[in-house]
Design a protein around this ligand. Structure first.
Ligand SMILES: C[S@@+](CC[C@H](N)C(=O)[O-])C[C@H]1O[C@@H](n2cnc3c(N)ncnc32)[C@H](O)[C@@H]1O
Ligand SMILES: [Zn+2]
Length: 302
């Protein structure tokens, strides 16, 4: 666990590592779990007892990602990260809504070829304790943290690049922890993403429009680049398709009939259509910051 820039979720003070605890000057302390993560989500920042993805969703996502079907996504993400971090000294990357850590762990393996591990500060943040618990098993060199994107528990302007992969955005929270010129990489489903699956689960197939970035623009970001990654997966088994359904909101939005129809699918190739949008912080967020207690977990975009 690197405590370089972790901050107390209660008062925002710097946390320092003291034996197996992170502490701030005001005496708040947070135990490092023996599995190698830290919980920086105080109870007043929770809307439910177990916010974020459930254990079943986390396990389904892990099984799915470990098949390697999304390797092209992870490769492109890692390439972008390597380019962004190449010229920075001691760069810090925060994966906001890291899930069970697949993308950040993949990126670390690639980054290692270019930079020594101790030159890097990678933080995986997720509101789901189950997700962070699974992520901590992937890589010990990454600091895995339970916390919320709305108030990421890191010091202001201390992160060089934020990743948000199919995740829950908080442009206010993101603005606060980036310096001017800091980068935000959003990875989101494009209009045809998983259309074969959506076709079966919904009565009518709607093309999903990419999220508008108006909220980001009003919170001090501009878009600097956009690229689309599109490919067809090899035919997927019914087990893998079930995992994919379970890890996405399609499962929750589908009707019973849709779920039953999806359960019959086997040996189906899917369209992957994903948009990578790079944003840059151009100014501090001038809108009111949320009060420390007004924290909500929302359904992510995929
Ligand atoms: C669709 S999953 C994506 C996970 C991972 N990025 C991936 O693509 O494999 C969205 C993740 O966001 C997390 N999440 C939801 N609300 C959050 C919040 N307010 N702060 C941080 N994470 C959140 C969920 O627990 C879940 O792990
Ligand atoms: Zn404190």
């Amino acid at each position: 666990m690197k405590a370089n820039n972790l901050a107390c979720p209660i008062d925002g003070e710097r946390l320092t590592l003291d034996k197996k605890q992170l502490r701030c000057v005001n005496g708040h302390s947070f135990d490092l779990a023996r599995q190698g993560y830290v919980n920086l989500l105080p109870v007043q920042h929770k809307r439910s007892k177990h916010p974020g993805d459930s254990k079943a969703m986390v396990m389904a996502r892990q099984r799915f990602l470990d098949t390697g079907v999304y390797t092209p996504l992870a490769d492109l993400l890692s390439d972008i990260l390597c380019k962004t971090m190449a010229d920075l000294e001691q760069p810090c990357c925060l994966d906001a809504g890291c899930g069970e850590g697949y993308y950040l762990a993949h990126a670390l393996n690639k980054l290692r070829a270019k930079k020594a591990g101790d030159e890097l500060n990678l933080i995986g943040l997720d509101i789901s304790k189950e997700a962070v618990l699974a992520a901590a098993k992937r890589h010990k060199e990454i600091s895995w943290v339970v916390g919320t994107n709305r108030q990421p528990p890191v010091l202001p302007a201390s992160v060089d690049i934020i990743l948000c992969v199919f995740g829950f955005h908080s442009f206010q929270g993101f603005n606060k922890i980036l310096p001017l010129g800091g980068k935000l990489l959003l990875v989101e489903p494009g209009p045809d993403h998983l259309q074969e699956l959506r076709q079966v689960t919904y009565a009518k197939l709607n093309k999903t429009a990419p999220n508008k970035l108006d909220d980001a623009f009003s919170k001090g970001f501009k878009q600097v680049h956009e690229q689309v990654l599109r490919f067809n997966t090899p035919p997927l088994t019914s087990e893998t398709l079930k995992d994919l359904l379970l890890m996405t909101p399609h499962f929750f939005r589908a009707t019973q009939q849709g779920r039953e129809a999806a359960a019959q699918l086997d040996n189906v190739s899917l369209t992957v259509d994903v948009i990578f949008r790079s944003l840059e912080k151009t100014e501090d967020d001038k809108t009111n910051l949320e009060s420390p207690t007004a924290v909500v977990s929302g359904l992510p975009s995929m």
